[in-house]
Design a protein around this ligand. Structure first.
Ligand code: G16
Length: 580
């Protein structure tokens, strides 16, 4: 390392002392903690991102967000050249840099990374880092720390893209590295063009009763609602955004996808006096149709984003029960996408007529985690799909999904996307081209066009609530389905999720895609004994990688049983016997 570089690093890092007595680790989705202790971590991740950019000779992303966490938390994560999450090989570097005790130790670690990864810091190249942040008040000062981190590596430059959704940052990194247009306007343009293309291909538009009704979005008081407002005029949909972040509401507080999915109740601003169910009742009286609302003909179509708009769930209001909802979670979004894509592929293959083009049997794979509702997995298997399981964290699901021609992954919490392989896309383009010369306007050509549009609409870099919402909307139109009709694809098994605060969540170690706890000793046997009290019960525990808690999940034939199984397993976790 040159003298100039050494002294620059020593000088800048002395301005960012690490918090005393805190050990941070690059968790499920980067570093997350109370924002007040994160300046040094973000500064050091800025350095890491610059090194990664030099090593890969590509644009790298750095996002300041704590996504679904409380507003006082913040976090930082890195987007790799593909636009996906930082390669897991580099996570240990992130951990060691974040926890270096002083500037000299930090320098030593940086030197080790440079040597190990053969990083050319010879002044002949430059590096570029895209910096984004969500709406958290702590974001601005942390962004300054990131800028200092990047700038303390000679030749590294940052480009501040401002307040964006996390998936926008991932998308922009991918586009930049593919040499494609990468501004926010380009992102909106790609989404709205591909969405409108899918809408133009909707069969028999006259039957679309419910999906032409208003969609009400809960923006979690974060950035997603604001971005949807910016694009909605170009979509031809009627959308009302609530919890947009412009009012008095607090980010993620009793609002947003995480709250709605875990609590299964209405978010704030969606109570009986807010949501349109009074108008639905008036409608019902006029037409003499009260039962129509209850049994799936109507009800409001609502969706919730999380704070940085990388997750989405849908719901409708259950009319009789105050704040209860009919939740349509990530598993059902996955099922809807899988059903639609499978249908288009089979139309396309039926049309294989030997008039040019090669046979191509697209391999469709579905990836879930242990949180996936058992009924969703059964449904997907009944569709004839290959279902894989990984630990929690889109970094794991994304990697698995990328092994297929079409890989569809979703966590039950609404985080996911659909990946298309380059090989499949080239075949699709070719097939589309052939069809446009031999059978223009045929069902096969429409199926090919739909699949091309889906691949452009759905974010290829990361789970994206905005693009996910538009794909759901287009498919509901295509099917002529209401949310309630969609929800009837299968009946969820009752489930319950709880969080337990313990002294050291890392004392829980799991295996088998997090379904078995191997540590602390004896706890899995105790969990098994609780499960055995129920016919067809299922439960597991795992340490969260984003919050300081152990998560408990339980599934059982009735809600009461799921609640009681979750409660007894939570007791094991919080009791003195296993985790002190
Ligand atoms: C992040 C990850 C998700 C994960 C979630 C919860 O989401 O990207 O894959 O499901 O955290 O993780 P854990 O249970 O380990 O706390 P987000 O939306 O918070 O970025």
């Amino acid at each position: 390392m040159k003298e100039e570089q050494l002294s620059l690093l020593l000088k800048s890092s002395s301005k960012f002392p690490p918090p005393l007595g805190v050990k941070l680790s690059y968790g499920t989705s980067g570093f997350r903690a109370d924002a007040s202790i994160l300046r040094s971590t973000v500064f050091r991740v800025g350095i890491l991102a610059a090194l990664r950019s030099f090593q890969t000779k590509s644009v790298i992303g750095l996002m300041i967000t704590a996504s679904h966490n409380v507003v006082s938390d913040n976090g930082v994560k890195v987007a790799d050249p593909s636009g996906g999450m930082l390669t897991q090989d580099w996570e240990p570097f992130a951990d060691s840099l974040a926890n270096a005790a002083d500037p000299h130790h930090l320098l030593q670690l940086i030197n080790e990374i440079i040597k190990k990864e053969n990083i050319p810091l010879d002044g002949t190249r430059s590096a570029e880092i895209l910096l984004g942040r969500d709406t958290r008040p702590s974001g601005e000062s942390l962004l300054e720390a990131a800028k200092e981190g990047v700038s303390s590596i000679l030749g590294a430059n940052f480009f501040d893209i401002g307040v964006v959704t996390t998936p926008q940052l991932h998308w922009m990194v991918r586009q930049r590295n593919l040499g494609l247009k990468a501004s926010e306007a380009d992102y909106f343009e790609q989404l709205s063009t591909s969405f409108r293309c899918l809408m133009d291909l909707v069969p028999n538009k006259s039957g679309m009763a419910n999906t032409s009704e208003k969609l009400i979005l809960d923006g979690a008081n974060g950035i997603g609602g604001e971005k949807l407002e910016m694009i909605k005029e170009s979509l031809g949909l009627v959308i009302e955004v609530r919890n947009s972040g412009k009012g008095a509401g607090v980010l993620n507080e009793k609002v947003g996808a995480d709250f709605v999915q875990k609590e299964k109740i209405l978010p704030r601003s969606f109570g009986p006096n807010d949501v349109g169910f009074r108008s639905a009742e008036i409608f019902a009286v006029v037409w003499g149709f009260r039962g129509w609302i209850k049994f799936g003909g109507g009800g409001d179509r609502c969706a919730s984003f999380d704070g940085d708009a990388d997750r989405i769930v849908y719901f409708s209001v259950i009319q009789e029960t105050g704040n209860k909802i009919n939740l349509v979670d990530g598993d059902k979004i996955l099922s809807l996408f899988a059903l639609f894509i499978k249908e288009q592929i089979s139309i396309l293959q039926q049309g294989k007529d030997g008039k040019g083009g090669s046979e191509y049997h697209a391999r469709i794979g579905v990836v879930q985690t242990a949180y996936a509702n058992g009924a969703s997995t059964d449904y997907l298997k009944r569709l004839g799909l290959e279902v894989m399981f990984t630990p929690t964290g889109v970094k794991y699901l994304h990697e698995q999904a990328a092994a297929y021609d079409i890989g569809i992954y979703f966590e039950a919490n609404g985080h996911g996307t659909v990946l298309f392989s380059e090989k499949f896309l080239s075949w699709l383009e070719e097939r589309n081209h052939e069809l446009s010369s031999v059978s223009i306007g045929s069902e096969q050509q429409k199926a090919a066009l739909r699949l091309v549009a889906v691949s452009k609409l759905i974010n290829q870099a990361a789970g994206d609530a905005l693009s996910g919402l538009l794909l759901v909307e287009a498919i509901l139109q295509h099917m002529g389905w209401s949310v309630n009709k969609w929800s009837e694809l299968y009946q969820d098994l009752p489930s319950r999720q709880l969080k337990v605060k313990v002294l050291d969540r890392k004392a829980v170690v799991t295996t088998n895609a997090e379904t078995v706890a191997v540590e602390p000793p004896g706890i899995q046997e105790a969990i098994n004994a609780e499960i055995a009290k129920y016919t067809q019960g299922r439960s597991f525990i795992r340490p969260s990688g984003t919050e300081d808690v152990v998560r408990v999940y339980a599934e059982a034939p009735t809600q009461e049983e799921a609640d009681s199984l979750a409660k007894s397993v939570a007791h094991l976790v919080e009791g003195p016997e296993y985790l002190k």
